[in-house]
Design a protein around this ligand. Structure first.
Ligand SMILES: [Zn+2]
Length: 288
């Protein structure tokens, strides 16, 4: 028995090791950090400071890899500074041409497609604008990282007039999973507060993954959604496809806050926490 336990320990990641599948990068022009978040986490004043504090938080929390979503320019800056960042291309209302996208895949500049911000622009992943990119992702085995759920309060009045909560429902991309059966895809923010639909999707599509970005730290409403979602996911036996993501945006301290919140959920076992913090992402991204 002791030998089996010892062998098991050897195959598990070092205690406390983490993969964060939801972070963002910025150029100097794109950076919007200022003041504190709703939850009181402070934001660095400059993008250089944001990068420095993000790396410090990654060291403190033993983060082995982090999926980093941003413009091509911002990805270059962050990945040059730390090799643990996995670069992900964040779309805007218009996207880089498909041929350029393919060349970035070939050069390793893009390793994940996302966070796809379709909802902010009044569309979903079923919009024909995404079809050539999804075909390339399926062909090259590039994971797709898709924003679901909601966004900051008053988003339609603050720069995103086409944003609608209803477009964040995970059920709306069911056709994509059927049309591209080999596509590797994970849903950012686990579709909160459509979390019951997220569970439906995870039960039906056993290759679908989700992340817990923003819902572990940003405010009490999201925290409550995270608790309900994780409890339901445990009953539905889909915890093995839920990945840790901070979505710290411009608040690096949200990484520690998210991990502390997750570690404080007593209905999860140590092994379940370890899967969420590391093992599930290790499997999804083939990081073994
Ligand atoms: Zn998002």
């Amino acid at each position: 028995m002791k030998i089996i336990a010892a062998l098991l320990l050897l195959t598990l990641p070092a205690s406390g090791q983490v993969i964060d599948v939801h972070m963002h990068s910025y150029t100097h022009e794109e950076y919007w950090g200022q003041g504190k978040s709703h939850g009181g986490v402070s934001s660095p004043k400059t993008v250089d400071q944001h990068l420095k504090e993000t790396i410090e938080e990654m060291n403190k929390n033993k983060i082995a890899f982090a999926v980093l979503s941003g413009s091509i320019e911002s990805l270059q800056k962050y990945t040059d500074a730390d090799s643990r960042f996995i670069p992900a291309y964040l779309d805007r209302e218009t996207l880089i041409p498909p041929a350029e996208f393919e060349s970035y895949i070939k050069s390793g500049t893009i390793k994940v497609f996302g966070e796809i911000s379709a909802q902010y622009y009044g569309r979903t992943l079923t919009d024909s604008i995404y079809a050539p990119y999804l075909r390339l992702c399926e062909r090259y085995g590039i994971p797709v990282f898709y924003h679901t759920g909601t966004a900051a309060p008053m988003s339609p009045y603050h720069g995103y007039p086409k944003f609608r909560i209803s477009l964040g429902d995970p059920l709306l991309i069911e056709d994509i999973l059927v049309k591209y059966p080999k596509l590797k895809i994970y849903l950012g923010h686990a579709g909160i507060g459509f979390y019951e639909h997220t569970i439906d999707m995870l039960v039906m599509y056993t290759h679908l993954y989700v992340d817990l970005g923003v819902i572990l730290w940003a405010d009490p409403y999201l925290n409550e959604c995270a608790i309900r979602f994780l409890q339901f996911a445990k009953k539905a036996k889909v915890l093995d496809r839920i990945m840790f993501g901070s979505d710290q945006m411009v608040w690096p301290g949200a990484i520690s806050k998210s991990i502390e919140f997750l570690n404080g959920l007593s209905f999860l076992t140590d092994e379940e926490r370890r899967m969420i913090l590391y093992g599930n992402a290790e499997t999804f991204f083939k990081l073994k």
